[in-house]
Design a protein around this ligand. Sequence first.
Ligand code: FAD
Length: 465
Amino acid sequence: MEHDRLGYWIKEAGDVTSRPPLDKDRDADLLIVGGGYTGMWTAWHARRLAPDARIVLVESEPVCGRGPSGRNGGFVEGLWTTLASMQKRWGDAPALAVAHAADEAVARIGAFCAEPDVDAWFRPGGYLEVSTTPAHDGTGRAALEACRELGVSDKLRELDAAEVRSRCASPEFRGGVMEPGAATVQPARLALAIRARLIDQGVEVYESSPVRRFREAADGVEATTATGARVRAPRGVLAIGAAAKRGPLRGRLTVASSHIVITDPVPDVIEKLGWTGGEAITDGRSLVHYFRTTPDGRIAFGWGGGRIAMGTRLHGRSEVDPDVAAADHRHLLEYFPDLAGRRIVHAWGGPIDASPTHLPAVTTMPGSRAWVAAGYTGNGVGPTNMVGLTLASLALDRTDEPTRLAFVDPKIPRVPPEPFHWIGGEAIRMGIDRKEQAEMEGRRPGRIASTVARVPELIGFHIGR
Ligand SMILES: Cc1cc2nc3c(=O)[nH]c(=O)nc-3n(C[C@H](O)[C@H](O)[C@H](O)COP(=O)(O)OP(=O)(O)OC[C@H]3O[C@@H](n4cnc5c(N)ncnc54)[C@H](O)[C@@H]3O)c2cc1C
């Protein structure tokens, strides 16, 4: 088995030639730092809204999309399963507006993937959130009720155990909910397709160009890369994912981690499970398991139970953690015993920019000339397109609907400073893991694990959907 930081999808998508690093000072109309989905969709929307604008995007890796954007599970979801939580936080109309905007983003990604030169394996098979233990029965019900109450009951459907198993016959699956509008993609192929489109459309993309300094300058913002070359622009967007914890979102983000294993082609097992509709599936745990099939008959199985990053360390075991990959493989076999003896070909991981609200946020930086976006909490593939539209609109001085959505400058609780944040985060992660493992095994969770697992809710942090 290969086990590295970049993972299977990036390898499968193949090599591309890097764009040269920023070699001399440049001026632009819009500066974007970070070439993950958020940064690239921002550039994509900005190009459509302002065809003549000079857009510069700088990325630290040798190729855009080598962070979480090229390594994730490839679930393309809206935000319907978080509707209840958004409703509670923002109220009916603002929650509904964001959920519709996220839905439109999924449709835009589908349309992008349908273009003739894009082959990102977009498959609209829907998304299932299923209970795998009596303790999780009723998972997704709050969102279902919110959908009914707000008049959008077609967005989520309740499924009983038989209906769930008719779509994927894991012996552990019970009832659940289905979001029919969701899809899967090959995430690295999607990232490379957006990158190629931006380059074709004249966006200046500089790779291997880590920004070391980002500041307000006369009439705008200025980014200085590792070589000392600078970009100046009247407006800037920081789309640096979990790295925002180092600077602009210090005290507003926790960086957790998630890991994926992927099998050899196992079409016989998929056939036996009846899992032929391309459904993306998660269980109802807080440390969520997520799994999907690929067009060549593999199963990719991820777990959001990786370690919390200490301080600003975003690499190391956030990306390559043999213990977490081994646990992920064990959990895969619990859900799919027919995979015993089948080969795992690749394991990898990546940081998760977890917001205390569990929702992405666009934050205006002091001076109002730059915005930073992060906090997707493991559901960014669809929402980054929505957030990119908002960022492009803000940066182009538009005052349209996307700039008024409730995730722009929302109230976000502060996380404690280090090292308390890391110590507390790890204790909570282990407490939740013990509690959920006991629930899976039909045991009563210990009192300490149950109490620790409740701490986030007690201090106003949202864990789970
Ligand atoms: C293992 C895993 C599985 C996941 N599964 C799913 C899933 O199935 N569905 C889903 O919706 N979401 C999933 N996610 C989350 C999803 O991948 C993210 O929400 C999304 O990719 C965020 O995109 P982004 O552009 O904001 O951040 P990133 O992808 O992190 O991009 C940020 C970019 O900024 C660059 N950068 C950082 N600092 C600098 C700097 N100083 N200078 C220049 N560039 C810089 C980075 O190199 C990176 O390319 C998963 C994440 C992981 C790790």
